[in-house]
Design a protein around this ligand. Structure first.
Ligand code: ATP
Ligand code: MG
Length: 299
């Protein structure tokens, strides 16, 4: 048995789609690191929170083994490995702690352009190529369909052209790759984004406290990611018209200006503050509208 660690360890993708946004998000939570030469391990400086830079596929396993406490990984990878473990009789050792709002994509079933898609029944007896065999197998079972799952680790989209499969189940974001291979998405198996993954059970006291601290900062960072502080003035009588126009705002702070009817307001808006919305507010009687970025928030 290894002695209990008193530092928190987070696994993130070394390089790839999630690497930069994951690091940026953790940086916005006030973490900083001194990088090691081989760039595998980053030693936390501002807090005892270290990073391990790995292949995304390794992240759920590292959490399951307790090598890492937390990880940032696509929900698609986390669920696939969870279903795979469940299929082998394993206990759920990791779970999604937070959705992080980047790395969005979906795991979709795609068929050749020429197919006249009627529904999943059409897949009966067909071969479906995928890198997500556990997720696909589970979905097929839910649909009550007997099809052959062909496991490919990459270039799934060319399998139908090569005659290896009749259909595919793969990640899609824009759909351009599918279209280039004369395929069309017909059903979504799962909506994915990057998530903070952690163990299914609680962490021990020291690392649990660090994780709580990080989660509080993370929730603040996620909440204000698209938030703006809106400052403006308006006569008191137009407030009933103005307030419903504030995009997903918290109750505004209202200050009275010298002689009474004029108010100065400040509202934290979590929805998009667009030009159009500003123009609507102005038409409804607001003046001196100012939109400010929000750098941090601790509720
Ligand atoms: P690694 O070398 O770490 O194994 P990878 O090639 O498996 O990297 P990436 O292509 O960097 O992984 O994708 C990482 C994650 O990004 C995916 O698991 C998925 O959650 C998300 N993602 C978002 N959009 C897409 C997309 N269009 N195609 C593939 N993954 C996407
Ligand atoms: Mg990978």
């Amino acid at each position: 048995n290894t002695p209990a660690r008193d530092r928190l360890r987070i696994a993130i993708q070394k390089s790839g789609r999630l690497a930069d946004p994951a690091r940026a998000l953790l940086t916005s939570c006030g973490l900083s690191w001194r990088e090691s030469r081989d760039r595998l391990f980053c030693y936390g400086e501002s807090l005892p929170v270290d990073l391990l830079l790995v292949r995304d596929d390794d992240i759920p396993g590292l959490i399951a083994e307790g090598v890492c406490d937390l990880g940032i990984v696509g929900r698609n990878v986390l669920l696939e490995q969870g279903y795979d473990r469940a299929g082998n009789g394993g206990a759920p050792a990791f779970r999604e702690w937070r959705a992080l709002g980047f790395g969005g994509c979906r795991l979709a079933l795609a068929v050749p352009d020429g197919w006249d898609w009627q529904g999943p029944e059409q897949l009966a007896g067909k071969r479906i190529a995928t890198s997500y065999p556990a997720t696909l197998t589970r979905w097929l079972a839910e649909q009550g369909i007997d099809a052959k799952v062909v496991l490919l680790s990459g270039s799934v989209e060319i399998a139908p052209r090569l005659g290896q499969a009749d259909a595919i189940c793969d990640l899609v974001s824009s759909g351009a790759t599918l279209a280039a291979n004369q395929l069309k998405p017909v059903t979504t198996l799962l909506e994915s984004e990057a998530v903070l993954a952690g163990p299914a059970d609680a962490l021990d006291a020291t690392r649990g406290e660090l994780a709580d601290l990080l989660l509080r900062r993370l929730d603040g960072a996620l909440r204000i990611r698209h938030s703006k502080l809106l400052l403006f003035q308006a006569p008191r009588r137009v407030l009933p018209d103005l307030l419903p126009l504030l995009p997903d705002a918290e109750a505004p702070t209202v200050m009275r200006l010298d002689d009474g009817d004029d108010l100065a307001l400040q509202a934290l808006c979590h929805g998009a503050v667009t030009w159009q919305r500003l123009e609507e507010l102005k038409r409804a009687g607001a003046r001196g509208l100012m939109v400010l970025p929000v750098e941090g928030m601790l509720a």
